[in-house]
Design a protein around this ligand. Sequence first.
Ligand code: PRX
Length: 675
Amino acid sequence: MSKEKVPGSETIAVHWREEPLIRPQPEFVGQSNVSDPSIFERFSEDNFPECFDEYAQMLTWYKSWHQTLDSSNPPFYRWFVGGEINASFNCIDRHLPKRAGQVAFHFVPEPEDAPLVSITYQQLYWRVNEMAAMLREEFGLQRGDGVTLHLPMTLELPITMLACARLGVIHTVVFSGFSGRACGDRIVDSQSRLLITMDSYYRGGKLLDHKIKADEAVDHAAEGGHTPEKVLVFRREPGKYASDTPMHDGRDVFVDEILPRFKSREIEPEHMLAEDTLFLMYTSGSTGKPKGSQHSTGGYLAYAAGTSKYVLDIHPDDVYWCMADIGWITGHSYIVYGPLVLGTTSVLFEGAPNIPDTGRPWRVSEQLGVNILHTSPTAVRALRKAGTEVPAQYKYHFKSMTTVGEPIEPEAWRWYYEAVGKGKAVITDTWWQTETGGHLLSTLPAIHDMKPGSAGPALPGIYASILDDQGKDIKPGTSVAGSLCIRNPWPGRMLTIWRDDQRFIDTYYKRFCTNAESSDWRDWPYFAGDGAVQSADGYYRILGRLDDVINVAGHRLGTKELESSCLTVDVVVEAAVVAVPDEIKGVVPEVFVSLRTNIEASEEIEQRIKQAILDDIGPIAKPRNVWIVPDMPKTRSGKIMRRVLASLSAKKDPGDVSTLANPEIVEIIRVLVQK
Ligand code: PRX
């Protein structure tokens, strides 16, 4: 296996100070699901892999597994072998004897004057069953088929996911903010039979036309060689079509016109094998094409349940609000599957947290009695900037709060703790990834002290290490930067990359595998692609991505995806995308392009490039600047030096550039970007 340098690791300079530890409040510890540190003995390496039976036992199985882990063919692992289960049954049916009347979701529409819609577990049962009946009988969906859901944050999204899970249909949810083209790419790769969408939804104070993206998605998918059979269109207000885009005869159907026929129908959940696929979730990688993270049914669900119970500390009588979007993995694991498996009450919020003003999250929390809040550092920074004193005006009581998605600065952390948590709520900073299915590093909130800016130690059953460029273990607890790895398999990990096992090996295992012939998982550490340090107390601090991925507001964008989008503008010959620091979003992309000879730079070209990115990916990828430069700084072998561009953008010294093929270009670009 090749042993090239960990890309980017040589540039990591670690210069922050250690933060003091903060003890969790005794009231929190007293009610916690796990406050006894002996859990780490139960999940020690000596007890691996059977320790994870504890998570699987939180679920209801049709048939128990006969082997906890089959690791004979690394890195393709099978958890809970022989076990049979259904995710929809675990999220809904099994709660009915005890809590049919309990609210499963409070749906909070973005317009504040629109009524709250609360749906009980019993009502969820009926909605999911009728949807499943319709998908099976009207559209012929069967176990193993795929569908793409391009749905916003409304009840229809979890209902459709759970209906798919009931039938054993593999769902691919595409974030509603993504463009039609991005959705089309995912339809092709997942070979989805149907696209399920909605006419419109509220976001940022406006009713957005969403159906228009479905037409783009299907056209784009057709260009890619795959056309879904039908497009199912929910109406945000049943019976009232709010899109300017016409329905496509023979292809598009209104769900609310067909669904009533399936009222009161009950669908027996499919008995799925633990290793059957529950869903795909696409994520950006360092090459252009998004990767379909293929997640299992039994292992994934067990891991989502275990971490929801022990890390998020969810109880059935909590009111839990995760502000992420279900279109990301956080929403899958910690809005839909984990919380529902535990039978709790969740808030589903359609909108942006600053509509109509930044008091909204606190009003929702006050009105609904939210006691667990789960959000991102970006949201924390934005709420802090918009009004430090705002949360103090509201009478909500959080017992615990979570952050996820990107490193949180200790300053932002302290504001979250003091101003939002009122110095009473514990904070867990959870590190994980789309590929991992659930949390891997975090404090267990009733056991560990909190440390601002640090994710915490590895969770029970997760054996993490930091490796140097040669793949050698960096001595634990020495605060030396390296590449974060997980040495062992865990049940929540993706099965593979959809239809691309080789890419799965190449992306996550090739880097540090010590023996490609080995059938021992110990030779196959999982390469996370993040830089990290571990301090003497065992807490990890994440330094950010080592590969060509930009983490904007907790969402991964591949630089290659943005660059290829720039190249769709015909006058562009080269494009380089770098990440620059941003006060609210952590980092944002900045684009450098060079043009064909004899083409003059112009604002019009700049606009076309921005539009191409908007069309290909969506507003989330919006670059701060597009710089049209005469040439890119390049090594003698012709590689674009993105690091030099990033330093210039961040108004930093690019260092010694004398070894470049064209060092003179650096000054020209500096004058341009730093004027
Ligand atoms: O760089 C890490 C960062 O987000 C990446 C994973 O992104 P994604 O697959 O979109 O999943 C986001 C939600 C799990 C990681 O490789 N990241 C995630 N959580 C943290 C984090 N960085 C620092 N601290 C975290 N708590």
